[in-house]
Design a protein around this ligand. Structure first.
Ligand SMILES: Nc1ncnc2c1ncn2[C@@H]1O[C@H](COP(=O)(O)OP(=O)(O)OP(=O)(O)O)[C@@H](O)[C@H]1O
Ligand SMILES: [Mg+2]
Length: 275
């Protein structure tokens, strides 16, 4: 069954290689800022190990993607939670392991549940786990845009490079949008981009990197995390809040530009394809 959609769906995965660099904060703040621009946004918590998008949005799921996969419920609406500004959260399925290893019945149930979701949806944002394992790459190859979050630490750069390499060499992805996070000043963001670009140009010449955002280190963001609210809701005028709002404006402009890869049902079918 094809979902009825009034507009093309823009899909984005947030990944990083290294853990703790700010993926979930990018995911929740970009989602809420896009929702505030009037878009219907779904945030898919694809961290199958340590899911915490729900916590950071102040939500408490009773059912998760795991219940959908296990067939305890059969509609996507049964597990969706509503967050700030009407944002919809698909709570993570901790305990599944990898989406690439579902049984045929689980696979079919999931595709059916997503394909029959027929509410209008403008943007799908997927928050992934740390690492470069199948459970991360399967989500990245199912979306139109991959945002790679890096911060100014050698391990973050090497892990971001390792992620880009796997997605390029094993899954054919070419274009990546880079978010430099926790920056002490704008220059450190530019230097970070130069380092990543120079290693990619040397070893992966077909890869195209673009700077998507430079997000400052911001105590207000930490306060917002403690209060379980997105910084764009609690402190929209803070340095990181403003940077996320600008990222959302830019992202919103691509909606008409990026090719339509189909609706949310199509995303789930691609996500479940074996390597
Ligand atoms: N711009 C920022 N300014 C200040 N602190 C930040 C910023 N971004 C992230 N942090 C801090 O880093 C912590 C980790 O962020 P977050 O959970 O978003 O990272 P993650 O990449 O999703 O981690 P994981 O790999 O464990 O999923 C936050 O709780 C916050 O304290
Ligand atoms: Mg996270």
């Amino acid at each position: 069954m094809q979902p009825t959609r009034s507009r093309p769906l823009l899909s984005i995965a947030i990944a990083s290689g290294k853990g703790g660099v700010g993926k979930t904060n990018v995911a929740i703040n970009l989602s809420v800022a896009l929702a505030r621009l009037g878009r219907s946004v779904m945030l898919f918590d694809a961290d199958l190990g340590l899911a915490n998008a729900d916590l950071m949005l102040g939500l408490r799921p009773t059912l998760t993607l795991h219940d959908l996969v296990a067939g305890r419920v059969d509609r996507l609406e049964d597990i969706l939670l509503e967050g700030p500004d009407g944002l919809l959260l698909v709570p993570s399925a901790s305990g599944i392991g990898s989406m690439a290893n579902l049984t045929p019945a689980e696979h079919l149930g999931l595709v059916r549940a997503f394909s029959s979701y027929d509410k209008p949806l403008d943007v799908l944002i997927v928050d992934t786990a740390a690492g470069v394992q199948d459970s991360v790459t399967s989500f990245c190859k199912a979306v139109q845009n991959v945002f790679v979050v890096v911060c100014d630490e050698p391990a973050s750069l090497t892990d971001a490079y390792a992620l880009i390499k796997v997605l390029h060499q094993e899954h054919g992805l070419r274009r990546f949008r880079v978010i430099c996070n926790m920056l002490r000043d704008p220059d450190s963001g530019r230097r970070l981009m130069q380092k990543l670009t120079s290693v990619c140009t040397h070893y992966l010449p077909d890869v195209v990197l673009e700077t998507a955002a430079l997000i400052p280190m911001d105590d207000k963001l930490r306060t917002a995390v403690q209060k379980r609210q997105p910084v764009v809701s609690l402190f929209p005028g803070s340095p990181s809040g403003r940077a996320f709002i600008e990222l959302a404006r830019q992202t919103d402009r691509w909606r008409g530009v990026d090719p339509d890869m189909g609706g949310i049902g199509f995303f789930v079918e691609r996500m479940l394809q074996r390597a």
